[in-house]
Design a protein around this ligand. Structure first.
Ligand SMILES: NC(=O)c1ccc[n+]([C@@H]2O[C@H](COP(=O)([O-])OP(=O)(O)OC[C@H]3O[C@@H](n4cnc5c(N)ncnc54)[C@H](O)[C@@H]3O)[C@@H](O)[C@H]2O)c1
Length: 257
């Protein structure tokens, strides 16, 4: 192990849904640790602006790529572009995700499917395209953004498709860790609790959030996106070299109650 096992100098990382929120904050943490970072998103305007800022703020090379995590061809092309530009791919963060708060008895199949397609199938596609490249290279680290909703059921809002998709991500992570340990690819997940991002911002201002979300969180506050930075650098780097198939819950204590 080197002097600073958290150092990512010379490594190449990619983050799906990296144009804003938790994905962007994790991309910033990876860049700060020295990695070159590709942002993959469907919002190209934000993606390009943020990739430019990564280059100027952290003095690392960056790339903005249009890629919908549901589309295998776009994700394959994204990895090919990263490898061509940076010479490889060492760290892949499957972060893109959506949530729909719809009662189970009222949800259409299309609404159910959209959440599963982005949150679960998207993680499989991202892992497969990154995994194939990492097998060729002789190793890498894949980090899947699940949620505490993969272990508990949030209350009071209904979100069965989200919860099921995130439970799927946690078990897919363990399955890939098992299959790919032989190729020196580590696969772990991070499960955040309530974090302040565009996904939750409006709801966090309501009495419902104060009465339920924050009262049920021992630390009594939502997480801030930069508070996942340490975990993603840890899982991406040699500091976690004996860790695979694990789920790191970062939730202000929500799941202990
Ligand atoms: N915010 C929270 O409280 C919280 C808690 C636990 C887990 N998470 C998970 O963290 C991840 C990021 O959440 P966030 O709060 O930053 O969300 P966000 O809505 O702020 O950002 C999501 C990003 O993903 C992109 N995206 C959406 N669909 C995509 C697709 N099909 N292909 C590529 N990119 C796509 C969006 O354009 C956006 O840039 C999600 O997987 C979410 O489920 C969030």
């Amino acid at each position: 192990m080197g002097e600073n096992s958290f150092c990512l100098n010379g490594k190449v990382a990619a983050v799906t849904g990296g144009a804003q929120g938790l994905g962007l904050a994790m991309a910033q943490a990876l860049a700060k640790a020295g990695a070159k970072v590709a942002l993959l998103d469907i919002d190209m305007e934000k993606c390009q602006a943020e990739a430019g800022k990564l280059e100027s703020e952290y003095e690392v090379e960056s790339l903005a790529i249009y890629a919908d995590v549901r589309k295998l061809d776009q994700m394959e092309a994204a990895v090919a572009q990263i490898v061509e530009r940076f010479g490889g791919l060492d760290i892949f963060v499957n972060n893109a995700g959506i949530c729909k708060n719809i009662k189970a008895e009222e949800m259409t199949l299309e609404e159910w499917q959209e959440v599963i397609d982005i949150n679960l199938t998207g993680v499989f596609i991202g892992s497969q395209v990154a995994g194939k490249q990492m097998i060729k290279q002789g190793g890498g680290s894949i980090i899947n953004i699940a949620s505490m909703s993969g272990s508990i059921v949030n209350v009071p809002q209904p979100q069965c498709s989200y919860n099921a998709s995130k439970a799927g991500v946690i078990h897919l992570t363990k399955s890939l860790a098992s299959e790919w340990a032989q190729y020196s690819i580590r696969v772990n997940s991070i499960s955040p609790g309530y974090m302040k991002t565009a996904m939750t911002e409006k709801t966090l201002q309501t009495d419902m959030a104060k009465d339920w979300w924050l009262r049920l969180t021992p630390m009594g506050r939502p997480g801030l996106s930069h508070e996942l930075g340490g975990a993603v650098v840890f899982l991406a780097s040699d500091a976690s070299s004996f860790m695979t198939g694990a789920d790191l819950i970062i939730d202000g204590g929500y799941t202990v109650w």
